[in-house]
Design a protein around this ligand. Structure first.
Ligand code: ADP
Ligand code: NI
Length: 216
């Protein structure tokens, strides 16, 4: 039997539809689209593994599910029911359990090429105009301040779930994480896409501070 790609997509859509913290299905859809773009320039990557990992990459995230270990086992069982082979399941699970960027900035785990594409697409969705919008959505969601000139960016960032949002601001999140993403991408194609997005963020930060200080 061929893997049931549509059943997998439907599950990802259902699982993501409840989220309001920047991981909604429109994020997943953009990650899938960008992954497909990167896939065109990466003939050595397996398209089924890559696209499945793109759809599923946030479904077991500890920000979305209470019990990630159980969510992982449930997903493995589902993939079996959808006729994915053991080899395919192992690879997809390896990718999606290791690719969170907060996790990877600390461990630098070497992902298979399929995972590198999905990780690049996921990181690209955190920068540029969409990245700006997502950051402020997330900031609002956790009750973080938009900006406070007295709070300086923190150098050593901990995992998202361990963070204390009262000590951070969304503007600082750009200096702590988002402006660094362009140097942490795997593929040349993604690096190229990141250039324009970087400029958008830099221009935004300049304008934001000008308006904040009444210096327009
Ligand atoms: P991932 O789950 O892919 O490792 P995160 O959960 O850290 O990534 O980030 C998801 C989205 O939320 C991204 O767009 C990111 O920029 C944003 N985000 C994460 N932490 C913060 C924060 N402290 N302030 C504002 N935005 C944040
Ligand atoms: Ni994601």
């Amino acid at each position: 039997m061929k893997p049931d790609f549509n059943a997998m997509k439907k599950f990802a859509r259902q699982r993501m539809s409840q989220d309001r913290s920047g991981h909604s299905f429109d994020h997943v859809q953009r990650v899938v689209n960008t992954t497909c773009k990167l896939l065109q320039q990466t003939p050595q990557a397996d398209p089924l593994i890559t696209k499945s990992a793109a759809y599923l990459h946030d479904t077991i995230d500890d920000k979305l599910v209470n019990d990630p270990a159980k969510a992982q086992q449930d997903l493995i069982n589902k993939l079996k029911q959808w006729y994915y082979s053991t080899g395919q399941i192992n690879k997809i699970m390896l990718i999606i359990t290791h690719m969170s960027f907060s996790d990877n900035l600390q461990h630098h785990y070497h992902l298979p090429v399929e995972g590198q594409l999905v990780q690049d697409a996921d990181r690209l969705d955190a920068i540029g105009a969409i990245g700006i919008a997502r950051a402020f959505c997330f900031g609002g969601h956790v009750g973080e301040k938009m900006y406070d000139p007295k709070l300086k960016p923190r150098i050593h960032m901990t995992k998202a779930k361990e963070r204390n949002y009262t000590q951070g601001t969304t503007i600082n999140h750009f200096y702590e994480k988002l402006l660094k993403i362009k140097d942490d991408l795997n593929t040349a194609a993604a690096k190229q896409l990141a250039q324009g997005r970087q400029e958008v963020m830099i221009r935004f930060l300049r304008e934001f501070k000008n308006e904040w200080n009444g210096k327009e």
